[in-house]
Design a protein. Structure first.
Length: 590
């Protein structure tokens, strides 16, 4: 069911609250045959997600469920399959990544299942050619996924008898030209995945035998040329050596993925292809350095040029087709802040911008602020400092991130930049920010204070920072926060992290010392917050009242990591590390 009423949702939640609640209704109902299929599927999904499903419980769904997704569940074995084989209306079965116990013999119970239309056995490497014989007895199968199994070219040839197939995923299998030729009889095929196969240009020539083919994946193959494919909408030739593709200029391509490709003739690579409908283009890590082909792509929405040998001179080509752009990836290119300025006024609909590992600095932020639709910006590994240098020191310079306050940013990545505590002050007024990533040894407790005011923050990553126990104790956690990543914050102790988790059970915390998941809906008991010491209670009362100067500088930044470690155990021998951190922080506030 795509949308459940509030009452139905409450009923489903109650039914899956715990093992006890499941056993209660299980004792009352031996079958759910009167339950509508959409509700049965929704109940089954919840039971699977909360690991409350077992083989015998499957029996109550055999007359109602139509979709079963057991992806990645390595407890699924022949016993589970025996129960699934009794399902009368099963249309969709996903067993992908159940590689431990799903074998050729285990899938025997689904032979002859007339209702089954889609089967996914991806990465079940214990399924081989003999398993194909079981699958051939499923008469109405329309979609089959057997990528990265142990099926050989001989087994692939057998699939020619499945006349109703519209989707066939053979990725990672040793499919050769002869086995592909044998599949020409599958005239209903619309989707075929052949990545990593042994297909050559000779085998690829028969692809025009599939008149309805709209999706084709030939990544990591030796194919260099493609025949005329009149209905093709999506093509993936990543990591291929490309001579020419789709020279007929008729295929209505909407999505083209050529990441990591090597073009033998860059000037003519996309010269003849019909790109007038192209909305998605990925040429990341390819050898393309001239973007003249962009001129024809008037409806392009998603453009990935990551790791291409392009610089500021190429940005003009992007600007020419920027009217509909929603996503632009320029990471690992030679584009600078000046080049970014060329886009000013040309990308009114841009929502996602990645500039990671480029030479852009704070000047670029002023240009970014003039892209009105931006929601996601990645400035990681850049020269951004958070200051627009006008004075002699950073303290005398305006904060560059202020320029982004008028945008409705939802994601911001500032990892591995030169941003310091004071530069983060403007983030407190980012009303829509939900995901924030920081990673720097130049950040300290004061940063947490600024970030606590972001109203909709759900995911906060502040790694490798010089955070102390005291700083975490007084951190006013935003009500919306779900994830706090503190990995690399080496001054934090296990006791302080666990205390934080007890006080904020809704937050998932990640750290080398401990990873604590939030309170789930599975009825699992979590320890209640322990009694805080009088000292911590005082801090908790005080944290809403602390006013920290934006000009505060944490003096610990003067020292190296090794020096701080030495000081931790020698400077105040009679005080705990937490108390030491408290006194240092309070002195700085004064």
């Amino acid at each position: 069911m795509k949308s459940e009423s509030q009452l139905v949702a409450l009923c489903l939640e109650s039914a899956c609250e715990s093992r006890e609640s499941v056993e209660k209704w299980r004792m009352q109902r031996h079958t759910l045959h009167r339950l509508p299929s959409p509700l049965a599927d929704a109940l089954l999904r919840r039971l699977i997600a909360r690991r409350l499903l077992n083989p015998s419980l499957l029996e109550v769904f055999k007359h109602s469920a139509e979709e079963v997704d057991l992806k990645g569940d390595n407890s699924v074995d022949a016993e589970w399959m025996a129960y699934l084989g009794a399902f009368r209306h099963l249309r969709y079965l996903n067993l992908s990544d159940c590689h431990r116990r799903i074998t050729t013999s285990a899938i025997w119970p689904i032979t002859g299942m007339t209702s089954l239309q889609e089967l996914d056995l991806s990465r079940c490497f214990k399924v081989n050619d003999a398993g194909i014989n079981h699958i051939l007895s499923i008469p109405n199968l329309e979609k089959l996924h057997i990528s990265e199994t142990s099926v050989t070219a001989k087994g692939v040839k057998l699939l020619a008898s499945l006349k109703n197939l519209a989707l066939l995923d053979l990725g990672g299998l040793p499919v050769d030209d002869m086995s592909l030729i044998s599949l020409q009889v599958l005239k209903r095929l619309q989707y075929i995945d052949l990545w990593g196969s042994k297909i050559s240009n000779e085998g690829a020539a028969v692809l025009n035998s599939f008149p309805k083919l709209t999706y084709l994946n030939l990544a990591w193959t030796s194919v260099t040329k493609l025949p005329n494919l009149l209905s093709l909408e999506c093509l993936n030739m990543s990591n291929c050596t490309i001579d020419s593709i789709l020279e007929d200029n008729k295929a209505p391509l909407a999505k083209l993925i050529l990441s990591g490709a090597t073009f033998l003739n860059e000037a003519e690579a996309l010269l003849y292809a019909n790109t007038s409908f192209l909305s998605f283009l990925d040429v990341a890590h390819s050898n393309l350095c001239k973007l003249f082909f962009l001129m024809k792509m008037k409806v392009i929405e998603h453009l990935n040029l990551s790791s291409c040998m392009i610089g500021d001179d190429s940005v003009e080509m992007i600007a020419c087709v920027g009217g509909n752009l929603k996503s632009l990836n320029l990471s690992c290119t030679r584009v600078s802040s000046a080049g970014l300025g060329i886009l000013d006024g040309h990308v009114p609909n841009l929502e996602i911008l990645s500039l990671s590992q480029t030479q852009v600095d704070d000047t670029a932020i002023s240009f970014i602020s003039m892209m009105p639709s931006l929601k996601d910006v990645d400035l990681s590994n850049t020269n951004v400092k958070g200051f627009i240098h006008q004075g002699k020191t950073d303290m005398d310079s305006p904060l560059s991130l202020v320029a982004l306050q008028n945008l409705k940013l939802e994601r911001l990545n500032l990892e591995h930049t030169q941003v310091r505590d004071k530069a983060l002050y403007p983030l407190s007024s980012f009303q829509e920010l939900r995901y924030l990533s920081l990673k720097s040894v130049s950040l300290a407790d004061i940063s947490l204070y600024y970030l606590s005011s972001i109203p909709k923050l759900t995911n906060l990553s502040i790694c490798d920072a010089v955070l102390t126990n005291y700083g975490l104790d007084i951190f006013k956690v935003p009500e919306t926060l779900k994830l706090l990543d503190l990995r690399g914050c080496w001054l934090l102790t296990n006791d302080t992290i666990m205390s934080f988790c007890r006080n904020h059970p809704q937050v998932e915390v990640r750290h080398e010392l401990v990873t604590v998941f939030p309170l789930d809906k599975n009825g699992l008991n979590h320890s209640s917050p322990s009694r805080l010491t009088s000292r911590i209670m005082q801090m908790a009362k005080k944290k809403d009242q602390i006013l920290i100067s934006p000009f505060f500088i944490d003096q610990r930044l003067k020292y190296s990591r090794d020096e701080l470690l030495a000081l931790q155990f020698t400077s105040l021998p009679l005080a705990s590390s937490s108390e030491s951190g408290n006194s240092i922080f309070e002195k700085e506030l004064d």
